[in-house]
Design a binder for this molecule. Structure first.
Ligand code: TNX
Length: 520
């Protein structure tokens, strides 16, 4: 009788542990099948990799280093396949999604299958979320429980582009903070960090060729000091790539360039009296400006290996261009019908240059106005529909609309909420974001690469405030970009989120804490 009772109790306890852990993974995996029992990490647990790949070490590193730090267990690399107590990593081309993985945990083994190291990295992120939250501590934790439940996960992302944009022009963020931020994105299986390096206020990219750029300050806006040296940026690119994150650098032109034009005023427009015209800080559309921008982009492309280079393209008021006699002449000479075509001509010239270097441009959705450059990818921010327009034109699009994805907007109605840019996007709102625009055919839908949330930092002076604005809204975005549309359920997400927040607590992330209730 006693033993029946104790079996029942232990079953209940193990079920409880199972329920607690498996239900906590964010973003929600495509398929989880519970199995019986647990896998226990200990001093003898080894790792065996079949089909070696240089990047596999990076994929396994978070598990190896976090276990070591918090429990003292050091996972050993083994050259032999074992039947017990081993993590087997196997590359399998039958897994069609390059970021997908199959994770089979039994009491004997952890078996990870993936087509590429990125899939292994995402399996590792799931394993970390099956371990107790204390695994995220930065120091040794006494008596940490290193059991994880037996189960099988089959998983792959819905979208290949899962991004967050951070504006470091309005406020500079130090290198160590950028790395901490990248770590947080990687834990959420996000894979693109769009780095908005220049804007009206400041130009944060160190140019060797034009050294006045990164020290210039726009007199219009006070902003903090700082720029990233080329070595620092290279280091960050490497840091991100070891976490399977591609950095997409943005140099915003032709507008939002006041800082650059303070340093190099010869590229601004002049009115008929010879007075400089700035308005939104537009470069004057002339050959010299295009050559200057292309020179800068050459330096950018040397540091950032990403296929995509973001060239901005947003919010050119074009007022300067209307008032500039040379612009009117250029339009006539080139047979351009209007000022939108003049901007489009500027962007197209840059695209030719970037394409010659084997790269592609991304531009904010104003690049649709006046005619898209032939190979451009559109970042839809003014509306979800502008991404649909791009897709119908057979251009790729990333969906990042002000309606759902602006992290600089207020996230609660609390009167003590710190000053935000404007707007209101709370957690259920971003969770309800659907990146595929309405009215597309299945063929057209393929042009939608994924969704991105943007943090503009006019009102965000320091890293802890960046975290406050980003999380947990970016956690919701990560699930939108990764999990299937059918599986999305806000209440279920909130249950899993509470466990995820414990992990962020241990990582000392200053996330916002007032978002739980659904307002009906
Ligand atoms: C619009 S979104 C901008 C940014 C501002 C932001 C504030 C976009 C491409 N441009 O320059 O910071 O609004 O929400």
């Amino acid at each position: 009788m006693k033993s029946v009772l104790s079996i029942c109790i232990s079953l209940l306890l193990s079920w409880n542990l199972f329920a607690q852990n498996t239900s906590s993974i964010i973003p929600l995996p495509n398929k989880i099948t519970p199995q019986k029992g647990f896998f226990q990490f200990n001093e003898k647990t080894s790792i065996r990799t079949l089909g070696d790949n240089a990047e596999t070490n990076f994929a396994l590193a978070p598990l190896v280093s976090k276990l070591k730090k918090t429990t003292g267990i050091s996972l050993k690399i083994s050259k032999k396949t074992a039947k017990f107590n081993q993590i087997i990593v196997e590359f399998d081309n039958k897994i069609t999604n390059p970021e997908g993985y199959i994770l089979a945990i039994s009491p004997q083994l952890i078996h990870i299958k993936a087509a590429k190291p990125s899939g292994v990295f995402y399996a590792v992120q799931s394993i970390l979320q099956l371990l107790p939250a204390e695994i995220e501590q930065s120091t040794f934790v006494k008596n940490i429980d290193t059991k994880i439940p037996a189960l099988t996960i089959e998983d792959a992302p819905r979208f290949p582009y899962r991004g967050i944009m951070l504006d470091v022009s309005r406020h500079f963020m130090p290198v160590d903070f950028i790395k901490k931020y990248i770590d947080e994105l990687a834990s959420l299986k996000l894979n693109r960090f769009h780095w908005h390096l220049s804007d009206g206020q400041a130009f944060r990219f160190e140019s060797k060729k034009y050294p006045l750029l990164h020290t210039a300050k726009s007199p219009q806006w006070p902003t903090n000091e700082g720029f990233y040296s080329q070595n620092e940026m290279r280091d960050i690119v490497k840091y991100a790539s070891e976490r399977f994150i591609t950095i997409i650098p943005e140099i915003d032109v032709p507008a939002h360039s006041n800082a650059a034009l303070v340093a190099y005023p010869q590229f601004a427009c002049l009115d008929s009296t010879g007075k400089q015209l700035l308005f939104q800080g537009e470069f004057c559309p002339k050959d010299e400006s295009i050559a200057f921008v292309n020179d800068i982009l050459d330096e950018v492309m040397e540091i950032f290996p990403s296929k995509y280079i973001h060239i901005g393209g947003d919010e050119a008021s074009k007022t300067a261009w209307h008032k500039c006699p040379n612009c009117q002449k250029r339009m006539k000479d080139k047979g351009l019908k209007n000022i939108d075509e003049l901007q489009s001509d500027f962007i197209k010239s840059i695209e030719v240059h970037v394409n010659q270097k084997g790269r592609q441009i991304i531009g904010w959705d104003e690049i649709l106005d006046g005619g898209l450059a032939p190979n451009a990818t559109v970042m839809a921010w003014r509306s979800i529909e502008s991404g649909g327009t791009a897709a119908k034109l057979k251009h790729q699009a990333i969906i990042s609309p002000t309606s759902h994805c602006y992290l600089d907007y207020y996230q609660s109605e609390d009167p003590n909420e710190p000053l935000a840019f404007s707007g209101f996007i709370n957690l259920p709102k971003i969770y309800s974001f659907e990146p595929i625009p309405a009215g597309l055919t299945k063929e057209e839908e393929k042009y939608i690469l994924g969704g991105q949330a943007n943090l503009w930092t006019e009102q965000v002076p320091v890293g802890s405030h960046v975290e406050y604005m980003t999380f947990p809204r970016a956690v919701a975005l990560a699930e939108v970009d990764w999990s299937t549309k059918e599986s999305r359920n806000y209440n279920d997400f909130l249950n899993r989120l509470s466990s995820y927040l414990n992990r962020m607590d241990y990582r000392q992330v200053n996330y916002a804490k007032h978002f739980f209730e659904i307002k009906t």
